[in-house]
Design a protein around this ligand. Structure first.
Ligand code: IPD
Ligand code: CA
Length: 264
């Protein structure tokens, strides 16, 4: 079995166990642990507990690997492989009782920098839907056993997803970008989980997705899913505090890049 497939299978197994823990904790009632970058940017006790479970499982299975997670201190490893983890992507949805949240786990090679690492494997698990999206480099993307491919044809305009930053000072700029991209859209979705948005692009449930200011753990697994489903992912403005991620089938991806490139 290739390393990529072993990493994918490990990510999948842990994502399912972690997602079931998140789902149980959700049923018991959500407890806010803290706010982070702004009052809208929250962390629940479940985010921390789920990340600790993922970290423990990875340490048991692959003690030499590095770790970069949303809720704990990063560690570098000796194997050249780093796990990039969002224990609950869509925390605000989770806190509100909405099903659009997911566990996202990726294994990357190289430094813990998304602009230089090489993604090897990823899993995004949606506990509420019981859906597991997985990918391994060179091996395609899957939903369960089913092979995924992005949409290439959008005759009625593209069904697009996006998201907005937690900092209210960023809303005007993000809305202006969205307004310009709407010229190519049939409609727009804002799910509240970047990991699911990217999984949905891979599955052809969205034609494209763009968002400024994502963190590495928001998109590490999802970006590999899109590429392995035959789509494209770009990051632009990487030297700014809020780089833009653009994804979709080739035509949709290129059109969004074109519109946003002209706008900035
Ligand atoms: C957030 C979600 C949201 C996106 C934000 C992310 P979190 O992650 O992915 O959809 O718009 O940019 O920070 O805080 O729920 O883990
Ligand atoms: Ca996230």
């Amino acid at each position: 079995m290739s390393t990529e497939i072993e990493l994918r299978d490990l990510a999948s197994e842990i994502a399912k166990e972690a997602g079931e823990l998140a789902r149980r904790r959700r049923a018991e009632g959500v407890h806010l642990a803290a706010t982070k970058s702004s009052i809208a940017d929250i962390v629940t006790e479940a985010d921390r507990e789920v990340e600790a479970l993922i970290r423990d499982r990875l340490r048991e299975a692959r003690p030499g690997d590095g770790f970069l997670g949303e809720e704990s201190e990063p560690t570098s490893g000796e194997t050249g492989i780093t796990w990039v983890v969002d224990p609950i992507d869509g925390t605000v949805n989770y806190a509100y009782g909405s099903p659009m949240y997911a566990v996202s786990i990726a294994a990357v090679q190289g430094s813990a920098d998304p602009d230089s690492w090489e993604p090897l494997a990823g899993a995004v698990y949606s506990p509420a839907a019981g859906e597991l999206f997985t990918a391994a480099r060179g091996q395609g993307a899957r939903l369960g056993e089913q092979r995924l491919s992005v949409n290439e044809s959008t005759p009625a305009g593209a069904l697009l997803g996006t998201g907005f930053g937690y900092d209210p000072a960023t809303h005007d700029g993000d809305l202006a970008t969205t307004r310009s991209v709407m010229t190519m859209a049939r409609d727009l979705r804002r799910s509240g989980s970047a990991a699911l948005d990217l999984s949905y692009v891979a599955a052809g449930r969205l034609d494209g997705y763009f968002e400024r200011g994502l963190k590495p753990w928001d998109f590490a697994a999802g970006a590999l899913l899109v590429v392995e489903a035959g789509g494209r992912v770009s990051r632009i403005d990487v030297a700014t505090p809020r780089p833009m991620l653009i994804s979709g089938g080739t035509a949709v991806h290129d059109r969004i890049c074109d519109i946003i490139g002209k706008e900035t």
